[in-house]
Structures are given as structure tokens and as C-alpha cells.
Design a protein around this ligand. Structure first.
Ligand SMILES: Nc1ncnc2c1ncn2[C@@H]1O[C@H](COP(=O)(O)OP(=O)(O)O)[C@@H](O)[C@H]1O
Ligand SMILES: Cc1ncc(C[n+]2csc(CCOP(=O)(O)OP(=O)(O)O)c2C)c(N)n1
Ligand SMILES: [Mg+2]
Length: 330
């Protein structure tokens, strides 16, 4: 199957026609209509075999990990998903692989309400990029730079599960067979991140800053602190942990993974204390749990990790996953 037949067969048909798509797949560019009164937000994410997933990973799982992570950046901006483009670098045109990948990609796209409008296909080591585009009311959106002293630090969902899902894969040879349901859930958390789109929209009128957690809570909160020129304290005991994570590993390891495991694709956001009560009332009817895990402090405090109010560590703003860390990534 040649390059253009591949695009036509697996990808052109994933997209449905929509009035906002003036020109979709098949021309030099996609041409898209941004509604009046809205701003376009966009972001790109790449997955590389060996860096983001192990060789031999199921193609459907690669697609859900790719889409979940990419759309999560839209959630973190309080944006509504609109369109995406897909860049594929494939070692070969493996049809069963492509069929499974495209089916899962299409299912995620429908679930997240985002339409494929173009891409690029090349031969080479397995690498996949998704560029997402979304809409926010003009001049609005959630940013990293607005946290103020006294704001609460909140997170959606539970943290650390995805790191456990990676651990299960890295130690595949010592896992019980069949894998317990709790471990299956942790693998799902790694392979099928759920972008917190509805949470992002709900908090958009309340939060002073927001980021999605890809490199780990400490690392990503560090980006908020730097952009906002503030510090923070995080309460280790308050970290939201799933039953599945606690069943898989000890509580202290679970907390370490919640702090710096990464790839949670949950939202970390700050809320001015005066707005919290109103937001908390709204969150009671929301289907994603939200936990308060700390407080914004003056910049001089740095990032403090506490256990029941006692400082246990000042991890620094650079803790977490880094592709070019001196030791080759933590
Ligand atoms: N090669 C690059 N060229 C320009 N901007 C980049 C590049 N790589 C990353 N960025 C920008 O740097 C910021 C941080 O990137 P990253 O940590 O990857 O964000 P995220 O965790 O949201 O994917 C983002 O605004 C991103 O757009
Ligand atoms: C085989 C394998 N080893 C290690 C990891 C862990 N890991 C890889 S990248 C990453 C951080 C998130 O990826 P990145 O490309 O930095 O996402 P972004 O911050 O751009 O959203 C983590 C924790 C993994 N997912 N798979
Ligand atoms: Mg990135």
C-alpha cells in the first residue's frame, strides 16, 4: 500500500464533514473557520517508541495514549476541542497495525469531540505527533501565570496510577498471570488518559492558573510557580491515591509516584480562597473528584513538601521527568 492509498484508506474517512472545516484532508493546508468571539488555542505532543511506550505496544493503546495526552493540553486551557492534525512516522505500512491504530484513534476523536483535518506520513522509527486545536472565548482561557499567594492548590482525579502502569510493563516478567483487575486498571490509566475537558470548562471561571500533569505534580506545579512568581506548599498526606495504586504498591511509594511519576494527565490548578466555596458547591455535582493538596506561598518559600505541617523536603522546581536531564531523564 503506497503513502496516499494509506492516508485515504485509514485516515481520510475518520473525519466527518463539519461546517467549520472549509478544507479538510487532501489539500496543502486545512482551512478552518474560527467562530467569531473565540480564540484558537493549539498545542503539539509527540510519542516516540522506547521513550513514551515500549517496543511492541498494541497500536490501539498507542493511539489512546497519544490522543489522551494531546487533548489534555486543551483541557488545561479550559478549551473546547475542535480539530487536530496527525504526523505519523512508521517503519513500514503494516496494515493490521494501521487498522487497529486508526480505529482507536477515531474512537478517541469522537469521544473527545475533535476532528482530524490533516497530517503527514513518513517512513522512519515509530514516532507519532498530534497537534490539537481548540477554542476559548476571546481573551479568556486558563493560563500558568495567574496563581496568587493564599490560593488553594487543587488536583483532579488520582495521581500516580500511570507510573504504576509503567512499572507493571517494565516488570512484566514478575506479574501474576492473569493480571489482577486492579493492575489492569493501572495499565488503563497509562494507556488511556482521560483528558479532563469538563473539569477545565467548569473551573475556567474560578481558577487563577492551571496546567495538566505530564511530567509529575511537583514538576508541573513548578511551571505554575515560575510563571506566577510564587511558591507553594504541598501536603503529602492529602495526595489523592486510588485503591488500585495502594493495592499495587506501599503507601509511601504511591505518594512518591503521585508527586513525580508523571503522565497522570490530571489537572493541577489554583483557586483564590474567596472563590473556593462557590466552586466547591459546583464540584459536588461534577463527575471527577477534585482534591485540595496545598497552598500558594510567597516566592521566597520555594516549593515545600510537608507532612502534617512539618516540612519534609524542598524538592526544588525541577523535580520530575526531563527528556534531557543530565542522567538521561528521571
Ligand atoms: N521545540 C519547540 N519549539 C517551540 N516551542 C516549544 C518547543 N518545545 C516545547 N515548546 C513549548 O514549550 C512549552 C513547554 O512545553 P511542554 O513542557 O512540552 O508542554 P506540555 O507539557 O504542555 O506538552 C510549551 O509552551 C511548548 O509549546
Ligand atoms: C518506555 C517508557 N519509559 C519511560 C516512560 C516515562 N515517561 C516518558 S515521557 C514522560 C513525561 C511526559 O512526556 P513528555 O513528552 O514530556 O510530555 P509533555 O510534557 O510534552 O506533555 C514520562 C514520565 C514511559 N512513558 N515509557
Ligand atoms: Mg510537550
Amino acid at each position: 500500500m503506497d503513502e496516499f492509498a494509506l492516508i485515504r484508506h485509514y485516515f481520510s474517512r475518520l473525519t466527518d464533514n463539519d461546517a467549520s472545516i472549509v478544507v479538510g484532508i487532501g489539500d496543502d493546508c486545512a482551512q478552518l473557520r474560527v467562530p467569531p468571539g473565540m480564540d484558537l488555542v493549539l498545542s503539539i505532543d509527540t510519542l516516540v517508541e522506547g521513550t513514551h511506550f515500549l517496543p511492541g505496544t498494541d497500536p490501539g493503546r498507542i493511539a489512546s495514549r497519544l490522543m489522551g495526552a494531546a487533548v489534555s493540553d486543551l483541557a488545561a486551557m479550559g478549551a473546547e476541542p475542535a480539530w487536530f492534525t496527525l504526523a505519523l512516522t512508521l517503519p513500514s505500512a503494516d496494515e493490521p497495525w494501521l487498522a487497529a491504530f486508526a480505529e482507536s484513534l477515531g474512537a478517541c476523536a469522537r469521544r473527545f469531540g475533535i476532528r482530524l483535518v490533516g497530517g503527514d506520513t513518513t517512513r522512519g522509527p515509530l514516532t507519532l505527533s498530534v497537534q490539537v486545536q481548540g477554542l476559548v472565548p476571546a481573551g479568556r482561557g486558563l493560563h500558568r501565570g495567574g496563581a496568587g499567594v493564599g490560593d488553594l492548590v487543587c488536583v483532579s482525579g488520582t495521581l500516580g496510577d500511570s507510573r504504576a502502569g509503567l512499572d507493571i510493563q517494565l516488570r512484566a516478567d514478575i506479574q501474576p498471570d492473569p493480571l489482577p483487575a486492579t493492575s489492569q486498571r493501572l495499565l488503563q490509566r497509562f494507556f488511556a488518559p482521560q483528558p479532563r475537558l469538563s473539569t477545565g470548562l467548569l473551573i475556567a471561571d474560578y481558577a487563577s492558573s492551571c496546567i495538566d500533569i505530564s511530567d509529575g505534580l511537583l514538576a508541573d506545579l513548578g511551571h505554575i510557580l515560575r510563571a506566577s512568581a510564587v511558591g507553594a506548599r504541598i501536603e503529602r498526606h492529602q495526595l489523592p491515591l486510588s485503591e488500585a495504586l495502594r493495592a499495587y504498591t506501599g503507601i509511601e511509594q504511591a505518594r512518591d509516584w503521585a508527586l513525580s511519576g508523571g503522565e497522570d494527565f490530571e489537572l493541577c490548578f489554583t483557586v483564590p480562597a474567596a472563590r473556593w466555596e462557590t466552586l466547591a458547591a459546583q464540584l459536588q455535582h461534577h463527575d471527577v473528584p477534585v482534591s485540595c493538596v496545598g497552598e500558594i506561598l510567597p516566592a521566597s518559600a520555594g516549593l515545600r513538601l510537608e507532612n502534617d505541617g512539618a516540612a519534609v523536603q524542598t524538592p526544588g522546581l525541577d523535580a520530575g521527568y526531563n527528556h534531557f536531564a543530565p542522567a538521561g531523564g528521571t
